[in-house]
Design a protein around this ligand. Structure first.
Ligand SMILES: NS(=O)(=O)c1cc(F)cc(F)c1
Ligand SMILES: [Zn+2]
Length: 260
């Protein structure tokens, strides 16, 4: 199975294979096999405290759209869970498919969701900058939330309404009050494992915290993601879809669960 991953990575147009990541032994995303995850009673509840006024703007970076936050102070942080320090919110973004059959980066028992939210935090207690934290094993903490097709999501809609303004690569729109905790399920259950960024530089610096419960969004909201473009204004239009990395080998890792 491992070599087929390498082949798949090598063939996939967007990503280097683990062969080119020195000692690539903790790459992301992975399939989470529910029955192989190990309940860890010492895992704490994850504590999330976001200040909605730290929200800055939405940016189409040509791969996804990022909602970026002012991370110059500890106003929006997470602490607890598997984390030894508190981590500062820097941005959140999504990965999605061209159709509802796939789109998430992680899978659960080999099931894909139509989309996946990543809330990216960095260890400002230990490292002076995000760029340095990206290079360190305990530098980042990313909360992953699965999106499933269902009811309209009120909180997401304020974000969806702004997307036409960032249709093209390298466009930005001011977005100055948003509380991303409305996108996180109230159920406290999560899986956690040691992994990597899923886009270049693919550094092995991420403590992943994957929420067990998905949030529900409706078809129109998913379609709004698919109207974004990878391409800049004036270039031949390429729809921004299927911006997820192929699954990576688990290698010598255990996925822990916060629940039995
Ligand atoms: N997709 S991801 O959450 O692993 C991620 C986060 C980040 F801050 C930078 C990246 F390039 C990729
Ligand atoms: Zn991501």
């Amino acid at each position: 199975a491992c070599c087929s991953y390498r082949l798949r990575n090598a063939l996939h147009p967007l990503w280097q294979s683990p062969l080119s990541i020195p000692g690539g032994s903790r790459q992301s995303p992975i399939n989470i096999q529910w029955r192989d995850s190990v309940y860890d009673p010492f895992l704490k509840p994850l504590k999330i405290s976001y200040d909605p006024t730290t929200c800055l703007h939405i940016w189409n970076n040509g791969y996804s759209f990022l909602v970026e936050f002012d991370d110059s102070t500890d106003r929006s942080i997470i602490v607890g869970g598997p984390l030894e320090n508190q981590y500062r919110l820097k941005q959140f973004h999504f990965h999605w498919g061209a159709i509802n059959e796939w789109g998430s980066e992680h899978t659960v028992d080999s099931k894909f969701y139509p989309a996946e939210l990543h809330l990216v935090h960095w260890n400002a207690v230990v490292y002076p900058t995000f760029e340095e934290a990206v290079m360190e094993g305990n530098g980042l903490a990313v909360i992953g939330v699965f999106l499933k097709l269902g009811a309209h999501h009120e909180g997401l809609q304020t974000l969806v309404d702004a997307l036409p303004a960032v249709k093209h690569k390298d466009t930005v729109i001011e977005f100055d009050v948003f509380d991303p905790s409305c996108l996180i399920p109230s159920c406290p259950d999560y899986w956690t494992y040691a992994g990597s960024l899923t886009t270049p530089p693919l550094t092995e610096s991420v403590t992943w915290i994957i929420k067990k419960k998905p949030i529900e969004v409706d078809e129109n909201q998913l379609e709004a993601f698919r109207m974004l473009l990878f391409t800049s204004d004036g270039e031949e239009e390429k729809r921004m879809v299927d911006n997820f990395r192929p699954l990576q080998p688990l290698m010598n890792r255990t996925v822990r669960s916060s629940f039995q």
